[in-house]
Write a protein that binds this ligand. Structure first.
Ligand code: HEM
Length: 205
């Protein structure tokens, strides 16, 4: 029997991986009954980060989960923001081309020692922080993110496909900083938040 369990690569509709039930339940005799899907504790499915469609709404629990897991990242914003931006550039060198002022920073060491990179990283993390704290004021949030979208689309000509890529790096950092305490529901709330930010940053495109 083939079933789907959480934790593998993404497939449409959720984060599941295909797995033979034989590998989950090794047949140790005597075997009274075969375990069925109904025996597996069900957890809420998580959604991957999207950058199109309608903007998600947030429950109070989701907002709390986001704020709680953000505090450990933002309290060390100087280091965490640089780590995020540098990982983004190292994994996606072509994204760095949108930043003429970073054009000579052609190694991880140079990126790490650049004050300009650190400063820009802080601007990004502060924009994410603003989006989190404005979740209760959706109109204000939408306005701020729309202005940012216009800047990226019109003035900076940034390729919008990179928003989602950067969002994934942010999510990884949030998960890393929360280590064992990053629950599935917190991850799911974060995926929603980053979806909200990515869709909002694309409105002017
Ligand atoms: C989560 C996604 C992102 C956020 C929250 C964000 C936030 C910001 C903010 C707050 C600024 C400063 C705007 C201002 O000066 O008024 C900025 C500038 C900029 N962003 Fe983004 N950004 C994001 C993604 C990206 C991506 C993916 C790229 C390129 C691949 C990019 C390229 C730039 C560039 C080139 C600038 C101008 C830098 C300069 O001052 O010379 N951004 N961004």
């Amino acid at each position: 029997m083939i079933i789907y369990i959480r934790g593998g690569g993404s497939v449409p509709g959720g984060r599941y991986r295909r797995c033979s039930s034989d590998r989950l339940y090794s047949p140790s005799p005597p075997r009274a009954r075969v375990a069925s899907f109904a025996d597996i504790p069900q957890q809420p499915a998580t959604m991957p980060i999207e950058d199109s469609g309608s903007k998600p709404d947030f429950s109070d629990d989701e907002k709390k989960a986001i704020k709680d897991s953000w505090s450990g990242v933002y309290s060390e914003y100087e280091s965490t923001s640089s780590e995020i931006l540098i990982k983004f550039f190292v994994d996606n060198p072509s994204a760095q081309d949108f930043f003429p002022k970073f054009k000579d920073l052609d190694s991880e060491e140079k990126l790490k020692s650049s004050t300009a990179v650190r400063w820009h990283a802080e601007r990004i993390i502060n924009a994410v922080n603003d989006a989190i704290w404005l979740l209760d004021e959706p109109e204000k949030n939408a306005k701020k993110l729309k202005e940012l979208s216009e800047k990226h689309a019109v003035q900076l000509n940034v390729d919008a496909k990179f928003f989602k890529v950067l969002a994934e790096v942010i999510l990884d950092k949030v998960a890393e900083k929360n280590d064992g305490s990053f629950s599935d529901s917190a991850r799911s709330a974060w995926e929603k938040l980053l979806t909200y930010i990515c869709i909002s940053l694309k409105v002017a495109y």
